[in-house]
Ligand binder design. Sequence first.
Ligand SMILES: Cc1cc2nc3c(=O)[nH]c(=O)nc-3n(C[C@H](O)[C@H](O)[C@H](O)COP(=O)(O)OP(=O)(O)OC[C@H]3O[C@@H](n4cnc5c(N)ncnc54)[C@H](O)[C@@H]3O)c2cc1C
Length: 399
Amino acid sequence: MSRVNLAIIGGGLVGASLALALQAGAKARGWKILLIEPFAPGDSFQPSYDARSSALSFGTRQIYQHLGLWQTISPRAEPIRQIQVSDRGRFGATRLDALEEGVPALGYVVENAWLGQCLWQGLDSEVVSWRCPAEVKAMQAIEGGYRLLLDDDTSLECDLAVLADGGRSGLREQLGIHVRRTPYEQSALIANITPGEAHCGQAFERFTEQGPMALLPLPDNRCALVWTRQGMDARRLAEIDERSFLRELQDAFGYRLGALRQVGARHLYPLALIEAQEQVRPHLVVLGNAAHSLHPIAGQGFNLSLRDVQSLADALLAGPQHPGDLATLQAYHQRQRLDQALTIGFSDQVTRLFGSNQPLLAAGRNIGLLGLDLLPPAKSWFARQAMGLGTRPDPRGQA
Ligand SMILES: Cc1cc2nc3c(=O)[nH]c(=O)nc-3n(C[C@H](O)[C@H](O)[C@H](O)COP(=O)(O)OP(=O)(O)OC[C@H]3O[C@@H](n4cnc5c(N)ncnc54)[C@H](O)[C@@H]3O)c2cc1C
């Protein structure tokens, strides 16, 4: 039976990023890392690399820069120069501006398929190997590690198992790790849109009575739409013909980018806040969506997970030669606890505040938006949370 130092279960954006963050240090230590993933790289059904795009925060750019991958990612990373936050049918609106915040961009929008390709290409095959297509069916704690059983009936052992198999992780359940699940009773509809006018790096967060929407700038003057609606309504919007869809979208979004011309394939994601009640055990870490799945409207889920990834890699590479001791894993988790709590809280509060039709809350957010625009420190705080820098050193001057 083969044995590796680290087995990463799930080669999605988070699992592959962890392999990347570890590989240089792992090489120096002689560690072997194995990524196990059911979908072959480049397969369009791979859940992490579907038609979705991700808004990467400025903090995420800094992490990939540190890992030497930003240069590869950046040719297809569209900078967000401004974010306009508005409430349909109300006056409150605020505009966050990269120049005002002293950064080259508030964030970057990248297609997941592109990010996936960059990650795979960045992996060093001397340190990181793949079992793909392969799925972990079961895992069992053994002396000094875990034994993993794969779907081809082979098994392997590892010092440290990293569970990065996504929000619906079946293995998490098998291991008896409970989750707190708070359904939002909403689905996110995603699609790429071609607007009539140039987006000029503007991102729009717009709150409507039917749910919040984000329109993010993509390369080639396309925009990535994330439109949150009640489950049934989202399904209806996913099924109506393109012209009717564009008409409804135009009505909700307005003419900020002129007439909306074209819509690509539409996909639905049911939404819930999922938080694993345990993230570390001896020889085990739960990471990415398996640890915490957030509402996508504030664009924080992957950015938070990447900060976890960097922090875990730092802890492991400063820890003992055999990865997986509980003290190191607990120190990692302790270090990320505040960041996780703040980011999950920010994302959940923004979602609930802006998703509500209650007149008092709606009036409150209207005042909030007006207030944000009039109060530069509050606006800067909001911008720092949105940039994924809420618990990180101030990037101004480092750009
Ligand atoms: C509509 C939408 C928009 C979003 N937009 C943003 C955004 O703008 N910014 C942001 O920061 N975040 C965003 N997110 C969140 C972001 O997509 C997630 O945080 C990210 O995809 C999590 O990656 P992951 O690798 O943890 O999980 P996943 O992407 O779910 O990947 C898990 C991987 O594990 C594999 N796997 C599953 N089971 C097994 C098994 N048994 N054995 C081996 N492998 C297995 C799967 O094939 C998959 O490749 C968005 C989410 C949604 C739904």
